[in-house]
Write a protein that binds this ligand. Structure first.
Ligand code: ANZ
Length: 761
């Protein structure tokens, strides 16, 4: 027969799938649904990389697996297109971010199609499309209406290279998550989402999620709930007090000093005149450090404020210090120093010669009001960059924010020439003079009358994570003109059954849970958790185990594998075979060749179909193994089981039934080849079943003892366990047993249940 020609077969099936809209998903009320999606990609100019292929192929294997089980599957696709890379590229090349993005999206689409994914292409979304971001703006306004989108002046992480603020979740080890440059602190008025309102629910609902433990732990730590007490300390010769947060109110008698964070509000009023300069200098230095640096176990620093407080338990006068190991945003930004009990306080006391006093513990609630605090802060969403979703807000002359009326959405991103932000910290939108002005209706609170007032639009754009906090729901009705999502479609398709990604453990995956709870509270969603099962997969590294990067020149282009003649099926199957899904893996070119040979072997089996069925056991075993492996996301062992099956078929000869089963099991991994095989065999692709009765004819091990001592292990067919005499005869034939029984046997005991045979001599 003809040889395996992947490029020909793949072109044929891709065309067929496209023409028949084979993966178009429609609601079927009586058929159980499966909604499977990847964390949608950011379409960079470089095109698909091997990591995308791993990500998309996992989703595709599940999509096809469920489809072959005749569930109603939806596998949509989208692009996360707003953000800095497109804008920076545009600045560098003088092209518009929109133009660049459109090109990148077209390329991604083409590449994804060449991999034969079972995508419903009618459900394609793009976050920078006005049709989409109109509804991102609508979401923002719902949060604004409920007071969960608000403005606050505070110190923010500022990336001097990207010239924009960053959320806490986007600062990694004191560096910008995008460009890696050290971040700074800058005082600015910014927009926030009040995620902290949902801290308790976000924490408590983690337990029930079918997500990897690693991610669940990261989220718990990020939220960081801590139960303790707030205790007031009076300041000496001052009417004010300092409130500290402590998880150990019972140690209060040992508190020999207070420590305030350098950013502590009102610190200036506490500091005595002669300490002012020193404290100012200390503050200026501390503000530049990241929280991580400040919590590192370095030598403690600090300055005395010159002021004292009274310990309410001992009535002693204790000094008030400023030190950067106390963080401004946590608890109250003030602590009681208990050096006899707390390591950090102990170090601090040693360094500055403060008293260390061992005392008895007091009742936990004697001085304190019970208080719960969280590490998680509100989510900073303002970005001073052009290429993002405009925040639908305008300011009146007094600077009060007003919502753009919903019927005026979307607030379109205006076309401009120069995308660079300016040094003032405003985005390039500040230069779009015509766009900035807008007339909005304002109701007079006294007369109730409405008049039009000229206002100035917000020039910050939304953090891209806002765009991706609701896109899974958009998939249910991607072209809806009346609503962000259609309630009926949502009820059928969502929540997402399986979500696959390799990043965003605390940022995206926490934000989307927050929005879900918020929109459930507003009656827009009938569920409170957006993602049932999460698969978090590892990265693919270069053959030497190092991270692939352009600068190291070790990037593997997945499309080269296809174009080298191996085809998409080899690429897909190889990336599933590369190792356990949750682990990083190194690319191995030889193994790519091995997978290609395996697919060739599958194909060549069609040449010689035999009549006698010798594969009943292995066939049933393989169906069971591949099925359960896919359920457990153990794709590598599923492929290995198929390879073993093919080896057996070569040994014993393959019947038509053997080949149909092979093609069906292979289809999630190598859908083109499998479809071609099934067509030739005249079979459909319905997922095969196994019969347990053939599996039990596997072998089991019988322990053979002489006088209770283990002397041999005997492999017998499971069904032979019923034939006691046969087992005894085989055992007595073994040299090891002959040696001990040559003088005669007194008694023979066979215990079938324990698979144990004992000769007494
Ligand atoms: C006295 C004390 C005695 C404390 C003791 C601990 C042990 P977790 O568990 O992480 O919530 N603390 C409070 N606010 C702080 C801030 N803004 N920056 C740095 N440290 C702060 O930690 C709570 C404990 O961390 C609090 O309880 C406080 O020290 C410190 F034997 O108070 B403790």
């Amino acid at each position: 027969m003809e040889r395996y020609d992947p490029l020909k077969i793949e072109a044929k099936w891709q065309k067929k799938w496209e023409e028949t809209e084979a993966f178009k998903a429609t609601e079927k009320p009586n058929v159980p649904k499966m909604m499977v999606a990847e964390m949608f990609p950011y379409p960079s100019g470089a095109g698909l990389h091997v990591g995308h292929v791993r990500n998309f192929t996992i989703v595709d294997v599940l999509t096809r697996f469920y489809e072959q089980q005749r569930l109603n599957v939806m596998r949509p696709f989208g692009y996360d297109t707003f953000g800095l890379p497109a804008e920076n590229y545009a600045i560098k090349t003088g092209r518009s971010p929109k133009e660049v993005t459109t090109e990148n999206v077209a390329n991604f689409r083409k590449q994804a199609k060449s991999l034969g994914y079972a995508i419903d292409w009618t459900r394609e979304i793009n976050t920078s499309d006005p049709e989409y971001y109109k509804w991102t703006q609508w979401c923002f306004l719902q949060l604004f209406k409920k007071g969960l989108a608000y403005q606050k002046e505070s110190y923010q992480w500022w990336c001097p290279v990207d010239q924009t603020v960053l959320a806490n979740e986007q600062v990694e080890n004191g560096k910008c998550w995008r460009c890696g440059h050290e971040v700074e602190k800058k005082k600015m008025k910014q927009w926030f989402f009040k995620i902290t309102d949902y801290a308790d629910e976000l924490l408590e609902d983690i337990d029930a999620l079918d997500w990897p433990e690693k991610i669940k732990t990261m989220q718990r730590n990020w939220i960081g709930r801590s139960v303790g007490a707030e205790i007031d300390f009076a300041i000496v010769q001052d009417s004010r007090k300092i409130t500290v947060f402590t998880t150990r109110p019972d140690t209060i008698k040992g508190a020999t000093f207070l420590v305030l964070a350098p950013e502590y509000p009102g610190l200036d009023f506490i500091v005595s005149d002669d300490a002012k300069d020193k404290v100012e200098a200390y503050k200026a230095a501390a503000i530049k450090k990241s929280e991580i640096e400040r919590q590192e176990n370095k030598e403690k620093t600090g300055v005395f404020t010159g002021a004292y407080a009274i310990n309410p338990a001992t009535k002693e006068k204790i000094p008030i210090w400023v030190a950067d190991y106390v963080l401004a945003g946590y608890g109250t930004g003030a602590i009681m120093g208990v050096p006899a009990m707390d390591d950090r306080d102990h170090e601090f006391a040693e360094k500055f010669d403060l008293p260390i006093v061992e005392t008895e513990l007091v009742d936990r609630d004697a001085y304190g009001t019970l208080k719960t605090t969280y590490r998680m802060r509100d989510w900073l969403i303002s970005r001073q960059r052009y290429w993002g979703c405009p925040i639908p807000i305008a300011y009146d002359k007094e600077g009060n924010p007003h919502a753009i009326p919903e019927d005026q959405l979307p607030v379109l991103l205006p076309e401009i020439k120069d995308y660079k932000p300016d040094k003032s910290g405003r985005s390039a939108l500040a230069k779009a003079k015509d766009w900035l002005k807008v007339k909005l209706p304002v109701k007079d609170p006294k007369t109730g009358e409405t008049h039009m007032e000229e206002m100035t639009r917000e020039t910050d754009t939304l953090d891209g994570y806002a765009c991706s906090s609701w896109y899974l729901w958009r998939y249910a009705s991607p072209h809806d003109k009346k609503a962000a999502w259609d309630p009926e479609a949502i009820k059928y398709w969502e929540p997402t059954d399986v979500y696959v990604g390799a990043d965003h453990a605390v940022a995206h995956l926490l934000y989307i849970r927050f929005w879900c709870k918020f929109f459930a509270d507003q009656g827009y969603l009938p569920f409170r958790e957006p993602i049932k099962k999460l698969i978090y997969h590892g990265y693919i590294n270069a053959p030497d185990g190092k991270k692939m990067s352009k600068s190291k020149g070790n990037v593997i282009d997945p499309l080269d594998v296809i174009n080298d003649g191996y085809g998409a099926d080899t690429l897909r199957t190889y990336e599933m075979f590369i190792g356990p899904v949750e682990l990083d893996a190194a690319w191995d070119p030889r193994s790519v060749g091995g997978v290609y040979r395996f697919l060739n072997r599958c194909w060549n089996l069609l040449d010689d179909v035999v009549k006698t069925d010798k594969n009943l056991v292995i066939r049933n075993k393989t169906v069971k193994k591949v099925t359960s492996d896919i359920y457990k996301c153990q794709f590598n062992t599923a492929v290995a089981a198929l390879m073993e099956y093919v080896n057996e078929l070569y040994k014993n000869g393959a019947t038509k039934e053997d080949l149909i089963v092979l093609a069906k099991l292979l289809k999630p991994f190598a859908p083109h080849l499998a479809s071609e095989m099934l067509e030739k065999l005249g079979a459909d692709d319905e997922w095969p079943k196994w019969d347990e009765k053939y599996l039990s004819s596997d072998t089991v091990e019988v322990i053979v003892q002489v006088n209770g001592k283990l002397r041999a292990n005997l492999k017998v067919n499971t069904e032979d366990l019923d034939d006691e005499q046969k087992i005894i005869d085989v055992a007595l034939g073994l040299d090891k047993i002959k040696k001990y029984t040559k003088d005669g046997i007194k008694k023979t005991i066979f215990v079938k249940k324990a698979k144990l045979l004992n000769f007494v001599v």
